[in-house]
Design a protein. Structure first.
Length: 403
């Protein structure tokens, strides 16, 4: 690797172009190792990445949860001058393959065809991890100029929804208290996600009265009561949930229903999963109040049944970085410097940025290589977009680390 001055965008782009084939090679290595969340063992992937970093003089640490299971990998580049930590984060576990016979190339083939690198995880987010590794190796050559440190954080428990790697790093016994911000390498060049709706998720345990379905005596069916509740929930109005600061409106969705067994029993329990997307003006408390009100409305209409039990499962706040956020401006300014116009956007789906917002840690997400088929058949990335993404994140890191 030739020394790079880092003093201007041309030098950073030159570094990214020099690294291009190496980034592709590492991405292909990672894609070739299956790492479906909750399905495949993660050790082969972790070992490959640890070896890659070690070969370049960078020491990685494997993160394990309380049970001893592998949940992530970290590597820290420490500057010689005092300053906060900045984190580059990407997930290494992936979505399932789905119908493998529908794929043009096998999900772990890592084949490059017509400028596209195919395979599960190529977009989400093994290419992001490979790019971040190369940025770290560049920064490791100029630690005497860096203020603070840059941390690589790769989670292998993200697609399970548990975020075990992130939680181990940010909440573990040796959790740092000086993280200034996190850049999440989800794919897509058209926007930088600077905020997202939060979630308030709950299970509603709806009660009826059990009896023989063939009996002459009719008792309230938990499924019928749940169907009534679904109609009420689906028609719910979430007033004032959007604003000029946070243009995404709130949303309530019934996502699952479970109840009954066989044919001869009138069911006395039916459980609904409810997902409420929250905003800055319709927050977790508002969602809880709305849900309680709607549930009580249906319970009152069904005398003789027990009240519905609301079991809250997940609470993540909505977040939106201020326009003058150092993290936000560093990436947007870096994109402009490299010659790319990137639009900041509030996202509808939640992401790990919401989890971090609950800890008052700023985060960006959803900026990376061009892709097709995220979580779907024939997931693939456009390889010629890799140097641009690397140059932008590299430039942003240099800004944040004070060079």
């Amino acid at each position: 690797m030739n020394p790079i001055n880092h003093s201007g965008e041309h030098d950073v782009l030159a570094a990214a172009r020099e690294d291009h084939e190496s980034v592709i090679a590492l991405t292909r290595d990672l894609v070739a190792l299956p790492s479906r969340g909750g399905i495949d063992p993660y050790e082969p992937l972790i070992n490959r990445l640890s070896s890659w970093l070690d070969e370049r003089g960078l020491s990685a640490a494997v993160l394990k949860d309380k049970t001893g299971a592998t949940v992530g990998l970290t590597c820290e580049i420490r500057g010689a001058r005092p300053g906060p930590r900045w984190v580059l984060n990407a997930c290494l576990d992936t979505a399932p393959f789905g119908d493998e016979t529908a794929w043009t190339h096998p999900p772990t083939s890592a084949i490059i065809e017509d400028g596209w690198l195919h395979g599960r995880g190529s977009a989400d987010s093994k290419s992001g991890a490979a790019i971040f590794c190369h940025i770290a190796t560049r920064l490791a050559t100029i630690t005497d100029r860096l203020y603070g440190s840059l941390v690589l954080l790769f989670d292998v428990d993200e697609h399970t929804g548990a975020f075990g790697g992130a939680k181990r790093y940010f909440e573990g016994p040796d959790a740092p208290d000086d993280v200034a911000g996190v850049m999440i390498g989800y794919p897509g060049m058209d926007k930088l996600v600077v905020g997202g709706r939060g979630v308030h998720r709950a299970k509603l345990h709806v009660h009826g009265v059990a009896s023989h379905s063939g009996s002459s005596r009719t008792t309230p069916s938990a499924i019928e009561k749940a169907a009534n509740l679904i109609r009420v929930l689906s028609a719910a109005d979430l007033p004032g949930s959007a604003s000029s600061e946070f243009p995404m409106a709130g949303k309530l969705t019934v996502t699952a229903i479970e109840g009954g067994q066989g044919y001869s029993v009138t069911p006395d329990l039916c459980t609904l999963n409810v997902d409420i997307r929250t905003t800055r003006t319709f927050d977790d408390e508002d969602a809880a109040r709305l849900l309680k009100h709607l549930v009580a409305q249906v319970d009152d209409a069904w005398p003789g049944t027990q009240p519905t039990l609301i079991q809250v499962d997940t609470r993540w706040p909505a977040f939106a970085l201020a326009e003058d956020s150092r993290l936000r401006t560093a990436i947007l300014d870096a994109a402009t410097t490299v010659g790319v116009e990137v639009e900041p956007k509030i996202a509808g789906p939640s992401n790990i940025g919401n989890y971090l917002a609950g800890m008052n840690i700023p985060a960006t997400a959803g900026f990376g290589v061009n892709y097709i088929g995220l979580h779907g058949t024939d997931e693939r990335i456009r390889t010629n977009t890799i140097p641009t993404i690397q140059a932008i994140y590299h430039t942003a890191a240099l800004t944040l680390l004070g060079t």
